[in-house]
Design a protein around this ligand. Structure first.
Ligand SMILES: CC(C)(COP(=O)(O)OP(=O)(O)OC[C@H]1O[C@@H](n2cnc3c(N)ncnc32)[C@H](O)[C@@H]1OP(=O)(O)O)[C@@H](O)C(=O)NCCC(=O)NCCS
Length: 189
């Protein structure tokens, strides 16, 4: 088991990443209530600010989850996090996950955030593996995963029961420590 630490602030060219606060609930609700966002990642759209606050206090506290803030407007526009890799008990591995407000899609922002969190995972947490899973229809997420240099491992069929009861297949990808080192060396990360 990898010891949980407080998330430390991170920065990229266009973004600041910091831990979530209870008072961020209205900003989380603003994008997480959009039905085009959560279901693509398997979660139900938030129905109230109170529900968003509860997610901050429970789900986000149990993992390392950052709020993504765009530097120009100072607004929270998404989240990115590392959570327990339940497929690899006893291995120094965490699972990457993310979501972004719809009006900010298509500008390379999540790829930028993901590359920063990948570096944090291998260099600061000392991971041996990072894992990410995504739905078959989620082409945008698959592109991010490819651009970051993860390796496709295979698809687990009829595995993931989402909030509405549907059971979906998931595509699984990993990056090993030595692959991270090579990608860093090659300037991909
Ligand atoms: C997935 C998500 C985070 C992408 O964020 P983003 O900042 O737009 O991603 P980026 O711009 O960094 O990269 C997206 C890539 O997918 C491509 N893309 C997006 N939609 C596409 C589509 N329908 N077909 C083909 N390519 C597509 C983009 O062109 C871009 O690739 P490129 O840089 O080669 O042009 C955002 O769409 C989102 O929050 N979706 C809902 C939640 C979610 O799916 N979370 C992930 C769960 S695994």
């Amino acid at each position: 088991m990898i010891r949980k630490q407080m998330v430390q602030p991170l920065e990229t060219e266009r973004l600041q990443l910091r831990g979530w606060k209870r008072s961020d609930a209205p900003q989380l609700y603003a994008y997480a209530s959009n039905p085009n966002v959560g279901p693509k990642a398997g979660w139900k759209p938030h129905e109230s600010i109170a529900e968003s606050r509860k997610i901050i206090e429970t789900v986000f506290r149990e993992s390392r989850v950052w709020a993504i803030i765009e530097k120009t407007g100072g607004r929270i526009i998404g989240s990115i996090g590392l959570s327990e890799d339940r497929l690899r008990p006893g291995v120094r591995s965490l699972e990457l996950g993310y979501s972004l407000a719809e009006e900010f899609w298509g500008h390379g922002l999540m790829t930028e955030a993901a590359k920063r969190v990948i570096a944090y995972g291998f260099e600061y947490v000392g991971l041996d593996v990072m894992m990410i899973r995504t739905g078959e229809e989620n082409i945008a997420s698959q592109r991010i995963i490819e651009k970051c240099g993860f390796q496709y491992e295979g698809t687990l069929r009829r595995i993931y029961k989402i909030y509405d009861g549907t059971i979906k297949p998931v595509r699984c990808y990993t990056m090993l420590r030595e692959e991270y080192d090579s990608l860093r060396h090659a300037g991909v990360l």
